[in-house]
Ligand binder design. Structure first.
Ligand code: ACO
Length: 429
């Protein structure tokens, strides 16, 4: 990184010199930290369209070229050649593990998969039809109650252990949420299985009989988890960092991340896509729904389309689109919704409205169809996303603690309310 400066002149003639941060990859950035001190001005950027909130070494995106790198490695290579646990190690530690590091890491994750028995009692407090994301958010937040008093946030080893616990326990909590949702007994993690097999066993196994893991399903989940593991400073990761910047308990930070992920504009889109395909129902209805998506007076949006950063294509969507065909083929599933999704994609990609706005399918356009083929109910889709993204959230949370200029996140505002005025007593209003 080299530094030069940009000069700013305000309408009142005050000047400020702001350092320009130039990195090997990514656009040049003005460092505006001292702007207010130098000129009295703030900057305004609702939705953070042009604002970096932190420095990070973890994930790089070039939205114009459709590039996504985890620690420098292209997502296509990781999806093809790696596995979720290895990617987890990479995101957390910065390098791919060698064999003994990989064994030790897998072993450590495996040893933290159980949750306190009281979590089962906690789960039973929910109504049977509670949304799985509501249960997930609460259950992960409640883990803070078990891991708080003896945790020293200034101790790197305590922080690392919290990250390991979170990554390891997410599948157990997710499966418990699922079992509560469908009214079956909770299953304990089976440590002889790998990460995704263990999740499938806890979700679909029952105490009454042995459960045979379908390797196609375990592999498909592993791929989806790699693709969802991190995505730099998206809404939920920024939420985790903002909460983390206050020094809050890591389980509370991840619970906040889950809340942010739930929204249909973010991770909730995978659930929203399937609901949308259900609503469209048939190829003959596509034109009507495309027209609705283009109508500014209609709140309907084509879910799974568009992305703040990708303005050409989402490389994860390309991988997932292919995987979707492969997985459905291998599982022998014929899903009319896949046909519908493909036709919708084809029509939208040719439509002038979508072309002009660079609106392409994102990662969630196809992920729900795979989840559905694996027998996962629609309301669990975002929970699956949360399991994977916990790796990114915790890696970014760890990095934040290790970045020297980290301060509490405290955005400012442009105030547009009433000017100073005198209080009027009730009897005079
Ligand atoms: N359907 C129809 N029109 C759309 C869509 C869509 N899915 N997405 C964006 N547009 C239009 C907007 O109306 C706007 O049009 P205008 O310029 O005429 O006003 C233009 O495209 C730009 O859209 P913005 O909302 O300004 O883009 P922004 O970057 O703020 O939003 C977002 C990105 C939230 C992803 C948006 O495209 C969207 O709502 N998509 C559907 C939800 C979705 O799939 N979310 C998942 C994102 S990926 C993830 O989080 C894992």
């Amino acid at each position: 990184m080299s530094q030069d400066v940009v000069k700013i002149i305000t309408p009142e003639g005050q000047t400020a010199e702001l350092p320009v941060i130039r990195s090997e990859m990514g656009p040049p950035t003005f460092d505006i930290k001292t702007l207010n001190k130098q000129t009295g001005y703030f900057t305004y950027d609702s939705g953070f369209a042009a604002t970096g909130s932190c420095t990070s070494d973890i994930t790089f995106i070039d939205g114009g070229k459709g590039v996504l790198l985890y620690r420098g490695y292209p997502i296509e290579q990781l999806a093809e050649q790696s596995n979720f646990m290895e990617v987890t190690y990479l995101l957390m530690n910065g390098e791919l593990p060698n064999q003994s590091q990989s064994n030790a890491f897998n072993d450590e994750i495996t040893r933290h998969t159980m949750v306190h028995e009281k979590i089962h009692a906690f789960m039973k407090g929910f109504q049977y039809d509670a949304h799985p994301m509501a249960m997930m958010m609460s259950a992960i937040g409640s883990l803070a109650a078990f891991y708080h008093n003896h945790m020293d946030m200034n101790n790197p080893e305590d922080r690392r252990l919290a990250a390991i616990r979170l990554i390891a326990k997410m599948p157990t909590v997710a499966a418990t949420v699922y079992k509560n949702y469908i009214g079956q007994p909770f299953m304990y993690p089976k440590n002889s299985l790998n990460f995704t097999e263990r999740l499938l066993h806890m979700m679909y196994g029952v105490p009454a009989e042995p459960y045979e893991i379908n390797p196609v399903a375990a592999k498909a989940l592993d791929l989806l988890f790699i693709l969802h593991a991190d995505h730099e400073q998206n809404a939920s990761t920024s939420t985790v960092r903002l909460v983390g910047s206050t020094g809050a308990n890591p389980f509370a930070c991840i619970s906040a991340g889950i809340a942010s992920l739930w929204g249909p504009a973010h991770g909730g889109a995978n659930e929203a896509v399937l609901n949308m395909l259900d609503e469209i129902g048939d190829v003959s209805q596509i034109d009507k729904y495309i027209a609705k998506a283009k109508d500014k007076n209609d709140p309907f949006r084509l879910m799974g389309f568009g992305h703040r950063v990708y303005k050409n294509f989402d490389p994860r969507a390309t991988i997932i689109r292919k995987a979707c065909h492969d997985v459905l083929g291998e599982l022998g599933v014929q899903d009319p919704q896949l046909e519908l999704a493909m036709r919708l994609e084809e029509i939208a990609l040719k439509d002038e409205y979508f072309v002009a706005r660079n609106l392409y399918p994102n990662v969630d356009f196809y992920s729900g169809i795979i989840y559905k083929a694996l027998g996962i109910p629609v309301q669990m889709f975002t929970v699956m996303f949360a399991i994977a993204r916990t790796v990114g959230w915790t890696s970014q949370w760890l990095e934040q603690y290790e970045t020297p200029d980290t301060r509490i996140g405290r955005p400012r505002q442009v105030y547009r309310g009433a000017k100073t005025r005198d209080f009027v007593p009730l009897n005079k209003r």
